[in-house]
Design a protein around this ligand. Structure first.
Ligand SMILES: [Zn+2]
Length: 387
């Protein structure tokens, strides 16, 4: 009886110690297992930090093969392939992930987003579009919509861009609101003008005005539409009203009037006089190059003496090769070779330049073809920006 008690007294602490040891052993074993799993991550990370992408990819590929369930490693590998320009391999990794039935909703959306990025980088915009559309209703819907809008703008699919911004909600709707919709409608109106469908262009410009009443573009496009239809008198009257209301539109409007427009106004001296006054008042307030050129052209048409004095006055205020070249041409102060040289030197100074990326073009763009920014072109020419 006594021996049993001794065993019992000794047995309890021994059992306790054995249990504690066993638990320690399990815990240490678990730590070993946990340590071995992310080892590939650390190894891959070390290679990445040392900019050894090839070695990092080898480690990740090996880890993915030995443990195909590791979702994060798939993402890391896919992203590495894409960064190296191996888009087909990146696509395969992300498609492999999407084919898995056990993937969580969030990881499925992430894989779909990554797949869309692969297609975007590879320039396969139609496939990127299809991938992004799959993200509707997921937590990544908002960023997918922004990426989709980028694709529609890049491909000039203005009706789709307009429809998408109408569906947007929250922050995305604020970022791509009425201002952009106005531009999408104006772009469609321009397409209609090119196809000589003036009725449709008129209707689209009406919608653009209703969409963003503070936007300056619909008014300018209306002048372009009237000029395209040969309705020069109405175009000039519209432009006069617009420039009075929004003086900042005058340089663009003045650039649209040419000798042909002024020629057709010959019979209407009162209107010519009105345009002349508007141009002169604007030029005296803000000496824009486009307004200067239009001012000389209209004075020439009106038969006013010494129209070229405006060039001389401009050069006195701002050193200007454009004005100097025009003045010399008008006064016939040079031979043909000098005229050709001056014209060549002057041409790049007549470009417009994007304030965001520095892209230059002879035509005015509402959306920069270089960086896709809207309204990033000032209405001043390169020479005026340098002044
Ligand atoms: Zn740009």
């Amino acid at each position: 009886m006594e021996t049993e008690w001794i065993w019992l007294l000794l047995g309890l602490p021994i059992a306790f110690i054995l249990g504690w040891l066993a638990s320690r052993l399990d815990w240490r074993q678990m730590r070993i297992v946990q340590r071995s799993a992310p080892r590939a991550y650390f190894q891959g990370l070390t290679y990445l930090l040392n900019e050894q992408q090839d070695q990092a990819i080898d480690v990740f590929v090996q880890a993915v093969q030995s443990d195909p369930d590791t979702v994060e490693l798939h993402f890391a590998l896919g992203s590495l392939f894409r960064r190296r320009g191996e888009y087909d391999r990146a696509v395969r990794v992300h498609q492999h992930l999407l084919a898995r039935a056990d993937l969580s909703g969030l990881d499925r959306a992430r894989a779909q987003w990554e797949l869309a990025q692969d297609f975007m980088k590879a320039g396969l915009l139609d496939r990127a579009e299809a991938s992004l559309q799959q993200l509707e209703g997921t937590s990544l819907e908002s960023q997918a919509q922004t990426a989709l809008l980028y694709i529609y703008e890049r491909t000039h699919d203005w009706p789709q861009a307009l429809a998408l911004t109408s569906r947007m909600t929250g922050e995305a709707a604020q970022a791509h609101g009425a201002g952009k919709q106005m531009h999408y409608l104006c772009e469609q109106a321009n397409d209609a003008m090119r196809q000589q469908d003036f009725e449709r262009a008129t209707s689209l410009l009406d919608q653009a005005r209703a969409c963003d009443s503070s936007g300056v573009r619909p008014g300018i496009e209306q002048v372009r539409l009237l000029l395209a239809q040969g309705q020069y008198r109405q175009a000039v009257q519209w432009a006069l009203a617009l420039s009075e209301q929004l003086p900042q539109t005058m340089p663009l409007l003045a650039g649209m009037w040419g000798d042909r427009v002024f020629e057709t106004l010959q019979g209407d001296q009162a209107l010519l006089q009105q345009v002349h006054t508007a141009l002169r008042v604007h030029y005296e307030n803000e000496s824009s190059l486009d307004v200067l050129l239009a001012l000389v052209a209209i004075e020439h048409q009106m038969g006013l003496p010494r129209a070229g004095h405006w060039y001389a006055e401009h050069i006195r205020k701002h050193p200007s090769l454009v004005a100097a070249a025009h003045w010399m041409e008008l006064e016939q102060q040079q031979d043909a070779a000098i005229a050709k040289s001056l014209d060549k030197a002057m041409q790049p100074l007549l470009n417009y330049r994007c304030l965001h990326c520095g892209f230059e073009a002879r035509s005015y763009f509402w959306q920069c073809p270089g960086c896709q920014s809207w309204e990033s072109f000032p209405t001043k020419r390169v020479e005026e920006l340098q002044a």
